[in-house]
Design a protein around this ligand. Structure first.
Ligand SMILES: *Cc1c(COP(=O)(O)O)cnc(C)c1O
Length: 408
């Protein structure tokens, strides 16, 4: 087939498994490095890395392995199903389930040797029955609601819940924990609220200790707590977002965040280019006239993949040829259109970076989040399962013997 002047007949090259050149690149070297940074920062507290929601969209299994290599000793998940997937992948470390599972999940939870969180009498009873039926003893972490008001036992009810755990022959009281609502807040009110949550937690812990029910493991801090509230590190920190190399809030704790490396990039290749005249209006709705004659590149990734449709209105750029370029029209389900300006250099097969680095240019999850009025957590979690995940290891590529072995 003859190539047209813009090379549109050329097949795409390189990239991910599958036919469509669009992929998420996960740098497990970055995860390992970030965990090593957090582990050092919080020592002697243990590091639990939160890999719920498929590792915040990064892929739970590669993240889990890299986290353990970087110094994590625990993993945490939201669901029994997520813990089951990690066990099926061969991960043998302690895995904490962050909410009390429904009674119907307890038998599987016990068989999978997951560590349950409990905060109701009914939950403890269901756990005790499942543990007894399996002829095993299960470690239980009891969660206290100190102000987040999502899940957890009221402080006043904790002694009763813990008493039920201790009274069950097949359960062990192994941990007591809580969760912060505004650990990422920097104003005085937020900092005082976190301090108050921690004080309530210490009071509950002291009351239990007074009754001879000392919890072997106390934990409270998420990433923001671990970074901004050293007194909250206790025996273990539960870090999610920071392990992925992202700040819990834009601009938070720059002295720590500057040491972290974002692990996710979102990349694709140009599938088609065409030259359009001033005033042409690409994409659905014909929303925006081109201000000058332009090369418009089609890139096969869209809102069904987690590129928000609002990316056009909120002027989120993409990188082509090492430069940020605006979208030429609204994001469609499977494809975007990029205004590359009067630049004749753009060709099918050229790499496009939606999140990550190209040359000296970088677009981060917080750049999207700030424009979209959300948080980086939602940006990375929204990159959908239709986009294949490709694992790379910057530690092995670049920093052999340094980045690759940071526990030493
Ligand atoms: C998700 C979650 C975390 C991790 O929070 P990050 O802000 O991502 O560090 C910790 N603890 C609980 C209970 C969570 O639900």
């Amino acid at each position: 087939m003859a190539e047209d002047p813009r090379g549109n007949a050329a097949p795409s090259q390189g990239g991910p498994p599958g036919y469509r050149p669009a992929w998420v690149e996960i740098d497990v070297g970055a995860i390992r490095h970030n965990c090593a940074v957090l582990h050092r920062l919080c020592a002697p507290s243990a590091l639990c890395v939160v890999v719920k929601a498929d590792g915040y969209g990064h892929g739970a299994e590669p993240v889990a392995r890299a986290a353990l290599d970087g110094g994590a000793s625990w993993l945490a998940v939201a669901l029994v199903e997520e813990g089951a997937a990690l066990r099926a992948a061969g991960l043998e470390c302690p895995i904490l389930v962050l909410s009390e599972p429904p009674p119907s999940a307890m038998a599987d939870l016990v068989a999978l040797r997951l560590t349950p969180t409990a905060y109701t009498r009914a939950g403890v009873t269901a756990l005790a029955q499942a543990a007894e039926a399996a002829h095993t003893v299960v470690d239980v972490h009891v969660k206290v609601d100190t102000g987040m008001h999502r899940v957890g036992a009221d402080p006043a009810d904790v002694p009763e819940v813990v008493g039920a755990v201790v009274g069950a022959a097949h359960l062990t009281f192994a941990g007591l924990w809580t969760h912060f609502a505004v650990a990422d807040g920097t104003d005085r009110e937020d900092r005082e609220f976190t301090t108050a949550q921690l004080r309530r937690f210490a009071d509950v812990s002291a009351t239990l200790a007074g009754a001879g029910l000392r919890a072997p493991l106390l934990h409270a801090a998420n990433s923001a707590g671990a970074m901004c509230h050293p007194e909250a590190r206790l025996d273990m920190v539960r870090c999610g977002i920071a392990a992925y190399g992202l700040a819990p809030a834009a601009g938070l704790a720059p002295e720590v965040v500057s040491q972290l490396r974002p692990a996710m990039s979102l990349r694709a290749r140009v599938s088609m280019v065409r030259g359009l005249e001033t005033g042409e209006r690409p994409s659905y709705g014909r929303r925006h006239p081109l201000p000058e004659p332009s090369v418009v590149a089609t890139v096969p990734i869209g809102y069904a993949d987690g590129v928000p449709r609002r990316a056009f209105d909120t002027e989120i750029p993409v990188l082509v040829g090492g430069r940020p370029r605006p979208l030429a029209g609204v994001v469609t389900m499977d494809q975007i259109l990029v205004d590359c300006g009067p630049d004749p250099e753009v060709r099918p097969g050229d790499e496009v970076v939606l999140l990550g680095t190209q040359g000296d240019a970088r677009i981060g999850a917080w750049d999207w989040a700030t424009r979209l009025g959300t948080i980086a957590y939602e940006v990375v979690c929204d990159i959908g399962p239709r986009v294949p995940r490709v694992t790379v290891d910057s530690g092995r590529l670049a920093g052999r013997g340094s980045e690759g072995d940071e526990r030493g």
